[in-house]
Write a protein that binds this ligand. Sequence first.
Ligand code: NI
Length: 170
Amino acid sequence: MALLPILEFPDPRLRTTAQPVERVTSATRKLVDDLLDTMYEAPGIGLSATQVDVHQRIVVIDVSATQDAPLVLINPQLSAPEGTQEREEGCLSVPTFYEAVPRAERIRVAALDRDGKPFEMQAQALLAVCIQHECDHLDGKLFVDYLSSLKRERIRRRLSKLRRQEAAAR
Ligand code: NI
């Protein structure tokens, strides 16, 4: 088990566009497992490779109440967005902040699984939000980008203050 350090907003590396995974290898599976360990430990319900400074198109998600139903999406492609929903979103890269963001209610996803096998699924409600949020990370996008620049700037300032306080307490 390996826990990976998570980049925090406004780290410019979070703005990187991730590259497709060309071949799912044992190194890919190791990264997937480390992402899952890091997500569960945080704890969070989703994590992208981008957030641990690995710029490959990989996300892990688990929206189950018991945190024992991991979903691995490699090279995810979203399609057929339908409806709208708004939920309070948080992000391990924007700790302690939660804001409502507009998302599609339902989407289709095509991806490779942990073994590199292609699959397709439909998602709705919280899972659909989580998939859209994590896939945004792969394009260098954060949920705070959907907020007003005023709100985003306030979050940025409060996070820097929090970090200075943490550094001072060390
Ligand atoms: Ni996030």
